[in-house]
Write a protein that binds this ligand. Structure first.
Ligand code: FES
Ligand SMILES: [Fe+2]
Length: 429
C-alpha cells in the first residue's frame, strides 16, 4: 500500500514531475518504420506532450511539437519541403530542430523567424521501430537490445492503446502468479463456457518465485509444480528491463526462437501505447521466405469484442483486462499486498531509486553513452519456457499474434520443427 502522494510521484509522466523527468532519460518507440513509409505525418502523444512525426521530401524523419508557433494551428497536415515541414495555415516552415526557417508573408528583410523556435525531439530507427528521445541533451545512445538487432529475423509489431498508467502494466510483469490464474484457469474457464475442456501449461501452480536485480533491471523466476530446481523458468526466467520493457522466453534453438518484447510507452498519465515487438529466428537450414525477412509486419491488437467486453480468449486481452480494470491510475492507497507481491515492491523501489538518481543529476540505469558498450545487449532468457510448451500454433491462436497478417505464414515456416503443438499440454492434463 502506498500513500496517495507516493502513488502520484511514481505514476505521473508529464514534464517537470519526478517520474516524468526520470522517464525522459529513455528512448521510446513511437511508430513502426513501415507505417511512416506509407504516410507523411502522424500524430504522436508521448509523456503528456502532443507531437507530430513527419517525413520531409528528402525522406528524413522529424518530430516537432504539434502546434505552430504562429497562431497555434496543428502541423499535422503541414506541407513537407526539402528542409522541414510548413504549417498549412500561413506557411511558416520549421526544420527538424524546431527552428523557423521561413515566413513567406513577412518582409524579406525580416529577422523575426530567427527568434521563433518550437520544441523538436530526436528520432532514430532500429529493429523496425522509429524511436524518440525527449530528455536533456546530449541524448544517450539508443539501446541495442538483442531482439532489435538480431540478424535474419522475421519481425512483427503489434500495438494497442491502453487507457491505463504505464506503471500498473509494468507491475503486472513483476507478478508471475497472475499467469497461473489469468492465463491458465481463466482461459480454461472461458473455453469451458464455450463447451471445450482444455488444460494449458499456464495453469501449473507456482511453488516459489524470486526477483533478483541484475544489470538491466529485474529477473522474474518461478518454480512450477512438477518441475525441478534446474528448470529454465527457475534458474533463468526472464527480465524486466528498466524502465518499461518485458522480454519473454526464447523458444528453443533447434526449433523456433523468439525475442518477444512488450514495450510500454507512457502516452500520458492515463494512457499507454503497448507494443509487442517479436523477432523469430529460424534454426540453420530452415528456409524462410525472403519477404518475411525484408518487411516488418504491423497490426492492431483488438482486445475487446464487438459488444465492448474484453476478448478473454486472448492472453494479451486477459492482461489488458487486469490493467484497465484497476482504473486509469491504480489507487495503490487501497490495495492489500500479499506475500506473492514481492516483485511489485522490488520494482516500485527501483522506480523510486532511479527517480532519486535523476533528481541528483545522475544518469539512471540503462542509459548508455559508450558505443563500445552498446553493440548488442544480450538479455538472459529462459530457452525451454514451460508456458510455450503448447506449441507455436496454439500460442499464436491465444495471443496478440493472432492479429498479425503474417501469423499463419510464421506458423507454416516453423511447423516442421515446432515440437509443441499441444503435445505437452496434453501430457500436463
Ligand atoms: S498558425 Fe502556423 S503559420 Fe500561422
Ligand atoms: Fe500476463
Amino acid at each position: 500500500m502506498l500513500r496517495a502522494e507516493e502513488n502520484q510521484e511514481l505514476t505521473r509522466v508529464g514534464p517537470g514531475t519526478p517520474g516524468g523527468e526520470m522517464l525522459r532519460r529513455y528512448w521510446y518507440p513511437i511508430a513502426p518504420s513501415s507505417e511512416m513509409k506509407q504516410k507523411w505525418s502522424k500524430r504522436v502523444r508521448l509523456l503528456g506532450e502532443d507531437l507530430v512525426l513527419y517525413r520531409d521530401r528528402k525522406g528524413r524523419l522529424g518530430l516537432l511539437e504539434e502546434r505552430c508557433a504562429h497562431r497555434r494551428a496543428s502541423l499535422h497536415d503541414g506541407i513537407p519541403t526539402e528542409d522541414g515541414l510548413r504549417c498549412p495555415y500561413h506557411g511558416w516552415l520549421f526544420d527538424s530542430t524546431g527552428q523557423c526557417i521561413d515566413q513567406p508573408n513577412e518582409p524579406e528583410s525580416s529577422k523575426f523567424k530567427e527568434r521563433v523556435k518550437i520544441k523538436a525531439y530526436q528520432v532514430e530507427e532500429l529493429g523496425g521501430f522509429i524511436f524518440a528521445y525527449m530528455g536533456p541533451l546530449p541524448a544517450p545512445l539508443l539501446p541495442r537490445y538483442d531482439g532489435f538487432v538480431v540478424d535474419n529475423a522475421i519481425r512483427m509489431i503489434g500495438w494497442a492503446l491502453v487507457p491505463s498508467n504505464w506503471l500498473q502494466i509494468m507491475e503486472n510483469s513483476a507478478d508471475p502468479v497472475h499467469t497461473e490464474w489469468l492465463h491458465g484457469h481463466l482461459q480454461e474457464w472461458v473455453e469451458e463456457k464455450a463447451g471445450a475442456k482444455n488444460k494449458y501449461a499456464f495453469s501449473r501452480k507456482h511453488l516459489k518465485i524470486r526477483f533478483p536485480e541484475f544489470e538491466y533491471g529485474m529477473m522474474k523466476q518461478r518454480l512450477l509444480a512438477g518441475h525441478g530446481e534446474d528448470s529454465d523458468d527457475w534458474t533463468i526466467g526472464h527480465p524486466i528491463v528498466f524502465p518499461n520493457m518485458l522480454a519473454v522466453g526464447n523458444g528453443d534453438e533447434k526449433s523456433w526462437r523468439a525475442y518477444a518484447f512488450q514495450i510500454r510507452v507512457p502516452i500520458d498519465d492515463t494512457h499507454t501505447m503497448h507494443y509487442w515487438h517479436t523477432s523469430y529466428v529460424a534454426p540453420p537450414g530452415l528456409e524462410v521466405p525472403q519477404h518475411l525477412l525484408d518487411n516488418v509486419a504491423w497490426y492492431e491488437v483488438v482486445y475487446k469484442n464487438a459488444d465492448g467486453e474484453f476478448a478473454l480468449d486472448c492472453i494479451d486481452a486477459q492482461d489488458i483486462y487486469a490493467w484497465v480494470t484497476q482504473g486509469p491510475i491504480a489507487d495503490r492507497s487501497q490495495e492489500r499486498l500479499g506475500t506473492t507481491d514481492q516483485g511489485i515492491i522490488t520494482y516500485r523501489n527501483m522506480v523510486r531509486r532511479e527517480i532519486d538518481k535523476v533528481a541528483r543529476g545522475e544518469d539512471p540505469m540503462n542509459v548508455f553513452r559508450d558505443p563500445a558498450k552498446n553493440v548488442v545487449h544480450n538479455l538472459p532468457l529462459e530457452r525451454n519456457k514451460h508456458h510455450y510448451s503448447d506449441g507455436l500454433a496454439s500460442l499464436v491462436r491465444r495471443t496478440h499474434a493472432r492479429f498479425s497478417p503474417i501469423a499463419d505464414e510464421v506458423c507454416k515456416v516453423f511447423a516442421s520443427v515446432d515440437k509443441g503443438q499441444g503435445a505437452k499440454a496434453k501430457e500436463h492434463a
